[in-house]
Ligand binder design. Structure first.
Ligand code: SAH
Length: 366
């Protein structure tokens, strides 16, 4: 049995079954053995591929968004360009290269990378070696400098822990993790029905076995982010796979070596995620009085930011094989049957930035 599984089994023995959120936290973030601690899991040699690793165009278009958000904020002389969960640093490197065309932007920015994994920080230091003098690493949004912020996160919210509730015998009960036979971990339903106040409308009509997912850690993160935007000014772009309407369904997934895996078989060895409920996050941000964009599909967002023009530029004077690759990468990012529709984009801004230009562009026109 792997060492982390043993540790989790002992914890359950001592304290009783744990929530999925607790299990996910231990499996991903245990300081010694958690999934993200020791490895850079992203890329063809890792467990999954993310949009910035598919093509430089993704980070470049986000750089264009960041530059236009900065202008909409009145081009502040000092601001924080923040990214949560920057992975290998690819998105930030591509965004900074693209934003160079806007004079003053890079000089005004202090870059804050919010990251908990020493292995990822090492990778980021390597890729962003030309920018080290303006980068600070912080392990939590709480430690961000009090200044206007332009905030980016791609495939970050999905790794924050979530809980599941399952309808059984007419009641909703929390799905927990416990010890099974022969050193296995397995799920079971908690004995007590949960308060229905946490469930979305329509729960009474759901059939037996229906699942509802709730991610308090994601909501807490977005609430804190929205507070910062309102207090200090700024704009945020949140990109992830998920849904624009709250609903029911089991989206818990483990990925290992680019294939789905059993989430309980080898904690610490597989990436564990669930789909992001963007409707819940919009409500949280609106509650903090931030400006909130509609939820837009990634394909729509990238095309509005100029994906087709970027493709044309990258293809100019290139051999046919290179052109085919660039077009295939753009399709992968934007086509609805690839990443274009499953991935969603949500933008937030502080109300104080609403007057000059709209910092939620291009969302206000989509
Ligand atoms: N944004 C990157 C990487 C996504 S993977 C990309 O698109 O390629 C998730 C990233 O979040 C990794 O860098 C991981 O180390 C980091 N991470 C995981 N949990 C975190 C936490 N609680 N706080 C900050 N970063 C975290």
């Amino acid at each position: 049995m792997n060492a982390l599984k043993q540790r989790i089994a002992r914890l359950i023995e001592a304290t009783g079954p744990i929530s999925l959120a607790q299990y996910m936290h231990l499996a991903l973030a245990d300081p010694a053995l958690g999934y993200y601690q020791a490895r850079t899991a992203i890329g063809s040699g890792g467990d999954f591929v993310t949009a910035p690793e598919v093509s430089q165009m993704f980070g470049e278009l986000i750089g264009v968004w960041a530059a236009s958000a900065w202008q909409a904020m009145g081009s502040p002389a000092h601001f924080i360009l923040a990214e949560a969960g920057p992975g290998r640093g690819t998105l930030m490197a591509d965004a900074l290269r693209a934003a160079k065309s806007l004079p003053g932007f890079a000089e005004a920015a202090t870059i804050a990378l919010i990251e908990t994994s020493p292995a990822m920080i090492a990778a980021q230091k390597q890729l962003l070696s030309h920018h080290l003098d303006r980068i600070v690493w912080i392990d939590s949004l709480q430690r961000i400098e009090k200044a206007p912020v332009i905030f980016i996160a791609n495939e970050f919210l999905d790794v924050l822990p979530f809980r599941q509730y399952v309808k059984a015998d007419g009641h909703w009960r929390e799905r927990l993790v416990t010890n099974g036979a022969n050193g296995t971990l397995q799920s079971l339903l908690g004995p007590q029905p949960v308060a229905t106040g946490i469930l979305p409308p329509g729960h009474a009509l759901e059939p037996e076995g229906s699942v509802f997912e709730h991610a308090p850690a994601r909501e807490a993160f977005v609430s804190q982010l929205a507070q910062h935007l309102c207090d200090q000014g700024g704009a945020a772009l949140l990109i992830d796979y998920g849904h624009s309407q709250s609903g029911f369904g089991d989206t818990f997934q483990a990925m290992q070596g680019h294939a789905p895996a059993d989430p309980f078989a080898e904690p610490g060895m597989a990436d564990l995620t669930s789909h992001v409920d963007f409707a819940a996050l919009r409500a949280v941000a609106a509650h903090e009085a931030a400006l909130v964009s509609p939820v837009v599909e990634q394909g729509t967002f990238l095309l509005a930011m100029g994906l087709a023009q970027r493709v044309a530029r990258l293809c100019a004077r290139k051999p046919a094989a290179a052109q085919t690759r660039v077009k295939a990468d753009a399709d992968r990012l934007a086509k609805p049957d690839q990443m274009g529709a499953l991935f969603k984009v949500l933008a937030l801004a502080g109300k104080r930035n609403a007057s000059a230009m709209n910092p939620l562009l291009p969302f206000s026109t989509l």
